[in-house]
Design a protein around this ligand. Structure first.
Ligand SMILES: *Cc1c(COP(=O)(O)O)cnc(C)c1O
Length: 387
């Protein structure tokens, strides 16, 4: 489907709302009917018609159509956060006694879902080094139901060979779930590679303005109906109509934002790669990335999120560098208008810098929409603070 059609027309039914160019926010919890017969027929199709907003809301429905089309899947369900979408996708595929194989060190709350939450219900997870797809095959047991991927992850950017893992899943009757937040549907099309359920934190690039927390999952109609009937309606972690409206607005500029953020990042990395204080660049589409070829094969871009390991001797120097930045904000998240830094040291207990899976001298950068020279100047002046 044409990208402009998806972003500017699909799902929008302007004649039905007085030809308003921007769709209305249907800020209504319930919808009424002319007769009991009509009520009965609409209840039978609660996933597709307005009955009660926990199930279907017209503003949210516009967003669902656009997101499914972007990922190239039959349907999409949106949630009040990326973590709600991840949990719904995973919970929908397991029961007590089942087993999951996951890439090691997925997003922190995904990790806790597997490690802590699901254990209470007798679901076990084996974590594997996903840089070799064969590790997934080796960990599969008769009771394995899900192969979970996050390619690349959003801190150190290791990849999984998505097509290879999908093939393994298909021969063992497992469902594949991929967290595609880093790439967005524009930089990595996971449905083309055969992934069954694609999950996103829409808080990041998809909304893009650091003002909404949202998530989604994309899949075929059969899986979507199953999730709608179970996790979606039961745990009820929906996105509000107003937040859906903000997301529709944010989506309109997704290609422009991604393009600017990506171009600035490539330029900045070229300026920084020879800097004496930069030990290593971690970015999927940088030639120094150990899986550069695989990244080129399955991704068409890598956006504005990367990490640097810095040549410093003490954790205090990392604090000093980050504190010296004038325009990068010290914060988590990414994908908005504003540039950010997130040092691994900020995650660690100050008495023990080995509590993170990542090296303490690693700093994650997100390059937002500011002018690239403005950002380079800021990084360079902060690096000069280091001896
Ligand atoms: C932020 C993030 C999540 C969680 O999404 P929320 O919207 O914060 O709940 C999941 N996966 C990845 C890769 C993320 O970056």
């Amino acid at each position: 489907m044409n990208l402009s059609h998806i972003l500017f027309e699909l799902g929008e039914d302007r004649e039905n709302y007085k030809n308003a160019v921007s769709p209305p926010v249907f800020q209504s919890s319930n919808f009424c009917f002319n007769s009991v017969e009509e009520m009965r027929s609409k209840l039978a199709e609660e996933m597709d018609y307005p009955f009660y907003t926990r199930g279907h809301n017209p503003t949210v429905a516009i967003l669902r159509k656009k997101l499914a089309a972007l990922e190239g899947t039959e349907d999409a369900l949106v949630f009040g956060s990326g973590s709600a979408a991840v949990a719904a996708a995973v919970l929908s595929q397991v029961k007590s006694g089942d087993h999951i194989v996951s890439v090691k060190n997925p997003y922190s709350w995904t990790n806790k879902l597997f490690n802590r939450y699901l254990k209470r219900f007798g679901v076990e997870t084996t974590f594997v080094d996903g840089t070799d797809a064969e590790n997934y095959r080796k960990a599969i047991r008769p009771e394995t139901k899900i192969l979970y991927l996050e390619s690349p992850n959003s801190f150190s950017f290791e990849l999984q060979d998505i097509e290879a893992v999908v093939k393994i899943a298909q021969t063992h009757n497992c469902v594949t779930i991929l967290d595609n937040s880093y790439s967005t549907p524009l930089h990595q099309n996971a449905s083309d590679m055969g992934v069954d359920i694609i999950v996103h934190s829409a808080t990041k690039y998809l909304n893009g303005h650091s003002d909404v927390v949202a998530g989604l999952l994309c899949c075929n109609r059969k899986i979507a109906e199953h999730i709608f009937e179970t996790e979606y309606m039961n745990t009820g972690g929906i996105l509000s109509p107003h937040d859906a409206w903000l997301m529709i607005r944010g989506l309109r500029t997704l290609p422009l934002r991604l393009k600017q953020s990506t171009a600035s990042t490539h330029w900045l990395l070229e300026q920084l790669e020879k800097h004496p204080k930069v030990e290593r660049i971690h970015y999927p589409l940088h030639p120094s990335h150990p899986q550069f070829k695989l990244a080129q094969k399955q991704m068409t871009g890598a956006g504005g999120l990367f990490s640097l390991t810095l040549k410093v001797h003490t954790p205090e120097e990392i604090d000093k560098f980050c504190n010296a930045l004038q325009h990068f904000l010290i914060a988590c998240s990414w994908g908005g208008h504003e540039s950010l830094v997130f040092p691994v040291a900020g995650l660690c207990d100050s008495a023990n810098y080995s509590t993170s899976p990542h090296p303490w001298n690693m700093v994650r950068f997100y390059i937002g929409l500011e002018e690239k020279e403005y950002l380079l100047h800021d990084i360079e002046q902060a690096l000069t603070q280091l001896k």
